[in-house]
Structures are given as structure tokens and as C-alpha cells.
Design a protein around this ligand. Structure first.
Ligand code: SF4
Length: 431
């Protein structure tokens, strides 16, 4: 979501004649868009500001703005501790960024703009065309969260759940498709909680499918609690919806899920997976895991390992529990660090084995790849298959924006390598 927000910040600032520079030395204004989900986020801000300070030691200081969730959570402290920072702007107030920049330019004031003005934000953003012209683009449809998982800062930094009006999303998707996007990834902290005047995520998926030049749709991040029947059915009926679902589970133990306030049991999670597989047999899953959450016993941990083996998640993101200040689990007694590290190692080894097995199975098969760009070296093109795996091929033809069948010859942990099959263009491409 920060990538989407950063692009929109750029679109906004163009209105006051700012443009993007890739050379930091040329910058008149430096915006650092931050994430607060992991530990040490604030330290990283000070570190990055230190780097800018050093770069501009003998030059005119640029305006330095801190945006995003660290600004939201720790704005006053940042301004107090680091005088080099001019202003802070939270994720729900960044539509104010031009006012903030102009005020800083003119009056040298320091502003803390961290109100939850989400409706006003999108009203303002709708007035500015989304100029993103990537083949695969993000599109925020929902923000905030009312779930209050005990470990998570999002409800405090992004605020309550808010769904953008249906017609605004369709109109922005059409802009992106007109700009050249062939894939849209719908974003929300709880994307499947989307509900605008009873129109759900499934309704959006069907309507977006009607945009002819749009070939692929994905969404992230969903919550098991909001996985309704209509959405499960959309995975069968909506042909442009890709067959990879990121469905965070966090733990394989119902006891731990309850301690986390996740609002569902492991049986309910498995039931969703089962229903999805019945509707869409080719579907695969990825997930997030928190290892060594307070009170996680060996038995709870083994349930997480079993779940990984049972579902065979093709990608997983796992971290040792890290206490976020201000969240209910921040004061719980932590699991011994040595045990936590051991469990993470065991979990990641299991996840790697599952992934390796899956990727080995792809070698010598044919996959449909949407090509996103040419890489810097030689005539190599980068794209993704339907399961979001990175694929690299050599080609003399410009493949950007095209979907082609690719025969996979080899793979490593992160990338598949192959050759475009020339004659046979996939149906998806012909649509
Ligand atoms: S549902 Fe997701 S965003 Fe919401 S509190 Fe839980 S982990 Fe955080």
C-alpha cells in the first residue's frame, strides 16, 4: 500500500510543479514514506534522515517530510528529536501534502498532519489522475481495520475500516488500464471486508473483469473472517482472477489464534481453503506466520508446522513475534529468544522444502506469463506467471505488457527461467 500511496503523493505534488528525481542530490523535497509494522521502523527513519543530512551537508537543505505509519504513530517524537525533519504527514492525511510543502517553503513552519481524514483524502485523490503506467499496478479499494488483532498496529495507524465508493474504483481502474496496466492488484488492510453500500469485493471483481484491456486481477490482504460465500464463488467464475490467494493465518493453533484475537479457529480456516479448492482446483495459497507468539507451546508450534505441510503454502512470510508499542500484546511475557529463533529456523526450513518441491514441479512445464519490463542486461524480459512467480526469458521481441506461454527450463529459489513458446498464444492473451 505504501507503493500505491507513494505514487499518489507524486501525482499530487506534480500539481505544485514537483517532479520525481532518481538522483537524491537534486532533490528540493525529500519524502520518506514509512511502514510501522516491524520493529526498529523509527530507528530506520532516523538512519535515513541522517543519510540525507550527510548528502546535503554542503548544499541547501531539502524539505524533509516523513509520511506513512511511523509519522502517524510517532510524529511528535520525530519532530522533537530530529530538527532536520520539517513536517510529518500520516497515511490518512497525505492529500494535504501540497499545503504542507508550500507552507514549509514559504514560512519555514513545522507541521504534524496526522488526522484520520480518509473520506476527504480519497475525495482529493479522485481529482488527480492516477499516472501510474506500470503493467502491474496497485489500486487501493479499502483502508483501515476494525479487527484489533492483539499484536497489530494497523487499527491505530490506518484507522477504522473504510471502503472507497465503487464507481471511483472502477474509474481509477479504467485510468490505469488506459495508461497500459494489464494487471491490477486490489489493496486493503482487510481487502475482503470491502463493502460499499452492500457492494462487495466479489461485485468489484466481476465489474473490473469487464475492462477489456485488463487481463489479470489479484487482491491482498484478506482476512479469513471476511471470506464470504460470494467471494469463494468469484474464484470459480471470475476468469481474470488469478489462482493464488494470500490468506494470512499467523498460527496453526486455535489457542494461539484466540490469544491473538484473530476471530476464527484453525478448522474454520481449513474449511475456507477446502471450499476454495472445490470451486477452483488449481488454486494455491500463500500466508503470513508469527512464530513464538507469547504462550506458544511446543505443541502449538508443531500445529503450525503441520499446517504448513498440509496446505503446502507456495510462499510464506514468517517472523518471530515482535512487540509493537501500544498494542495489547506488547506487555505479554515473551518466549525465550533462543527457543523463538530455533522455532523460526525449523519453520523456515519446512517452508523452504515445501517451496522447493513446488518449484521443482514447475520445471519442464508451461506457464502463462504477463511480462512487465525489460531487464537492464541484454534482451531479458521479466514477468510473472499466474501464481506470481517471477519469470525471466530472453527475447528479441518487446514483450512488455504481453501474456505469453513460457516453457520453464530451470529455477532457483526466487526466479523461474524459460523460453517463450512462439506459435501458441494463450487464451488469456487473445481475450
Ligand atoms: S486483521 Fe490484519 S490489519 Fe487488522 S489488526 Fe489483524 S493483522 Fe492487523
Amino acid at each position: 500500500m505504501n507503493e500505491y500511496d507513494s505514487n499518489r503523493i507524486l501525482d499530487l505534488t506534480k500539481k505544485i510543479n514537483y517532479t520525481l528525481t532518481k538522483n537524491i542530490k537534486e532533490a528540493d523535497c525529500y519524502v520518506l514514506n514509512t511502514c510501522h509494522i516491524r520493529e526498529k521502523a523509527t530507528d530506520k527513519v532516523y538512519h535515513e534522515v541522517g543519510r540525507v543530512k550527510k548528502e546535503f551537508r554542503y548544499r541547501k537543505k531539502p524539505i524533509v517530510l516523513i509520511a506513512g505509519c511511523v509519522a502517524q504513530a510517532e510524529g511528535d517524537i520525530l519532530l522533537q528529536k530530529e530538527k532536520y525533519i520539517d513536517s510529518v504527514v500520516g497515511p490518512q492525511s497525505y492529500h494535504e501534502i501540497n499545503k504542507i510543502i508550500l507552507a514549509t517553503e514559504n514560512k519555514n513552519t513545522r507541521i504534524n498532519s496526522t488526522e484520520f481524514e480518509v473520506i476527504e483524502k480519497f475525495d482529493q485523490l479522485n481529482l488527480v489522475k492516477n499516472s501510474n503506467n506500470k503493467v502491474s499496478s496497485f489500486l487501493t479499494i479499502q483502508e483501515g481495520c476494525d479487527k484489533f488483532c492483539k499484536f497489530c498496529v494497523v487499527p491505530y495507524t490506518r484507522g477504522p475500516e473504510y471502503s472507497r465508493p465503487f464507481s471511483e474504483i472502477i474509474s481509477e481502474a479504467k485510468q490505469l488500464a488506459d495508461n497500459g496496466s494489464r494487471e491490477i492488484i486490489l489493496l486493503g488492510q482487510n481487502v475482503n471486508a470491502y463493502n460499499f453500500k452492500k457492494q462487495r469485493l466479489s461485485d468489484l471483481l466481476y465489474s473490473l473483469s469487464e475492462i477489456k484491456s485488463l487481463k489479470r486481477i489479484r487482491y491482498t490482504t484478506s482476512h479469513p473472517k471476511d471470506f464470504t460465500h460470494d467471494l469463494i464463488e468469484a474464484h470459480e467464475k471470475c476468469k481474470k482472477l488469478m489462482p493464488l490467494l494470500h490468506l494470512p493465518v499467523q498460527s496453526g493453533s486455535t489457542k494461539i489464534l484466540q490469544n491473538m484475537n484473530r476471530g476464527h479457529t484453525i478448522e474454520e480456516y481449513l474449511e475456507i481453503i477446502d471450499k476454495l479448492k472445490k470451486k477452483k482446483p488449481s488454486i494455491k495459497f500463500s500466508s503470513d506466520f508469527i512464530i513464538a507468539y507469547p504462550d506458544e507451546t511446543k505443541n502449538d508450534f508443531e500445529k503450525t508446522i503441520s499446517l504448513m505441510k498440509q496446505i503446502e503454502f507456495i510462499n510464506s512470510y514468517s517472523f518471530i513475534f515482535s512487540a509493537r508499542p501500544g498494542t495489547p500484546s506488547a506487555n505479554l511475557e515473551k518466549i525465550d529468544n533462543k527457543i523463538a529463533k530455533e522455532r523460526l529456523t525449523i519453520f523456515q526450513r519446512t517452508a523452504d522444502e515445501v517451496k522447493k518441491r513446488y518449484r521443482k514441479g514447475i520445471v519442464n512445464s508451461t506457464v502463462n506469463v504477463l511480462f512487465e519490463n525489460k531487464s537492464k542486461d541484454e534482451n531479458k524480459y521479466f514477468g510473472r506467471d499466474e501464481y506470481f512467480n517471477s519469470v525471466i526469458v530472453s527475447s528479441n521481441e518487446d514483450l512488455t505488457g504481453e501474456i505469453r506461454k513460457v516453457k520453464i527450463d530451470k529455477c532457483n529459489q526466487n526466479t523461474l527461467f524459460g523460453e517463450v513458446i512462439l506459435e501458441d498464444k494463450p487464451k488469456e492473451y487473445a481475450a
